[in-house]
Ligand binder design. Structure first.
Ligand SMILES: *Cc1c(COP(=O)(O)O)cnc(C)c1O
Length: 414
């Protein structure tokens, strides 16, 4: 269906096609099914840094338990679309002003990331004469080995070293305006293995149990973070959600004397599959014996494959239109590298992919582009026009040109 829409939309315009497409119906169905299959004591939050597009936030707000944010800007994005939805606020290096505003905006839980931050939050809470509910973010000594990026288990800037948590708790005991409600363990990104993810949750529970009984804490939440991954390299081998929820039931059963809520704050796993990036082939050439195609688009719109130095999955959408009298460049059954329009050799979206047929004017459709795609890209490098945004919502199509509040939209049409 997406391919069909890209085909029709591209026929309607003269300039080369370049767009992000978001299937909001698919997004709703996906997240509804996650919500209904999670054990009842679990809560699912969306980590908006994966994609904070307003249409996506609006589609998710009625479904998820809340949003996880990492800056005042993200808090405001959420509050602009929903005045009351629960917000979890984490991230290293929160400023005095950010903490004040987080309290003003009614953030539900603050994830505190250092001993200094504990004192700062308490100081601000005292001045405002309020009590602030916090989770301590733990930087674990051991992490999940199969994950792509590690925020814990190796030295990183996140959270409080596992070995200093006792010190942090004893510090909080003496601070009147903080209410310690549990621990936060976000420790990895892009884990595609359901079993190791479930045993990670188990580990989080074990640690929480130890601290809770040692310090007689009144724990409400165990936040196990996000980090559930997408297998970009083997699309048919995705994270086994069904197996994960089965394992998770067993883990929670094992700790069933605890009435704690398990919080998930997933980004990638929520929005990745609903997003597509489509870009037209502008040129095909052979250099040093290797084929390259050049797109109207590139890593300034979809930086993920360049950032991870891996090929992003795509399919070819054939477009029959060819307006010129001269020959149309094409390759048949060749290995080709997909490059963008930027003047840097790093602007590569896929490397040495075997292709049965590709012509200038065809469109490449990249799937799993809904998370960490546009959101992490350097949009204005080289000042090319931004892609269009097309939203599929039930049976309607909503088109927007350019991205709101950002310099370079080439057409301000809705
Ligand atoms: C980025 C982030 C998430 C979401 O991570 P995903 O890998 O996208 O699920 C959750 N929690 C924190 C603290 C984060 O920084």
């Amino acid at each position: 269906m997406i391919a069909k829409i890209v085909q029709t939309q591209s026929q309607e315009q003269d300039r080369p096609f370049c767009a992000y497409l978001y299937d909001l119906t698919k997004l709703r169905n996906h997240v509804n099914s996650l919500m209904t299959t999670l054990p009842s004591s679990c809560r699912l939050f969306y980590a908006i840094k994966a994609n904070s597009d307003v249409m996506i936030l609006k589609a998710l707000a009625p479904i998820v338990n809340g949003f996880e944010v990492a800056s005042l800007g993200e808090i405001e994005k959420v509050r602009n679309i929903d005045r009351t939805i629960p917000i979890l606020f984490g991230g290293p290096g929160k400023t005095h002003h950010e903490i004040e505003m987080a309290i003003e905006y009614g953030v539900t839980l603050l994830h505190v990331e250092s001993l200094h931050e504990i004192k700062l939050v308490n100081y601000i809470a005292m001045q405002k004469k309020v009590s602030v509910s916090i989770l301590l973010r733990v930087n674990l000594r051991h992490s999940v080995p199969s994950a792509k990026l590690k925020m814990a288990g190796v030295p990183t800037q996140f959270g409080i070293d596992e070995t200093e948590i006792d010190m942090a708790i004893s510090l909080i005991e003496g601070l009147p305006n903080l209410e310690l409600q549990g621990f936060h363990f976000h420790a990895m990104s892009n884990n595609t293995d359901s079993k190791s993810h479930a045993s990670f949750v188990d580990h989080c529970y074990e640690l929480t149990k130890n601290w809770s009984s040692k310090w007689e804490l009144d724990i409400k939440y165990v936040n196990v973070g996000g980090g559930i991954g997408i297998n970009y390299l083997q699309l048919d081998k995705q994270f086994d959600w069904e197996d994960f929820t089965e394992q998770l039931e067993k883990v929670l059963e094992k700790h069933n004397d605890k009435s704690w809520n398990t919080l998930f704050e997933c980004g990638r796993y929520i929005t990745s599959s609903c997003g597509y990036y489509a870009a037209e082939v502008l040129d095909i050439k052979q250099n040093h014996g290797e084929y390259f195609c050049i797109l109207r688009g590139g890593s300034h719109h979809l930086r993920l494959p360049a950032a991870w130095k891996q090929s992003h999955p795509f399919t070819v959408i054939p477009v029959e239109k060819w307006p010129y009298s001269f020959e149309r460049p094409e390759v048949i059954d060749e290995k080709i590298t997909v490059a963008g329009e930027l003047c840097t050799p790093n602007d590569v979206l896929a490397r040495e992919v075997i292709i049965s047929k590709l012509r200038v004017g065809d469109i490449l459709l990249f799937s799993y582009a809904g998370a960490y795609g546009w959101a992490i890209s350097h949009h204005n490098f080289l000042s090319h026009p931004h892609p269009e945004r097309i939203y599929l919502d039930r049976d309607s199509l909503i088109k927007q040109y350019g991205f709101v509040n950002e310099g370079m939209s080439f057409e301000a049409k809705t």
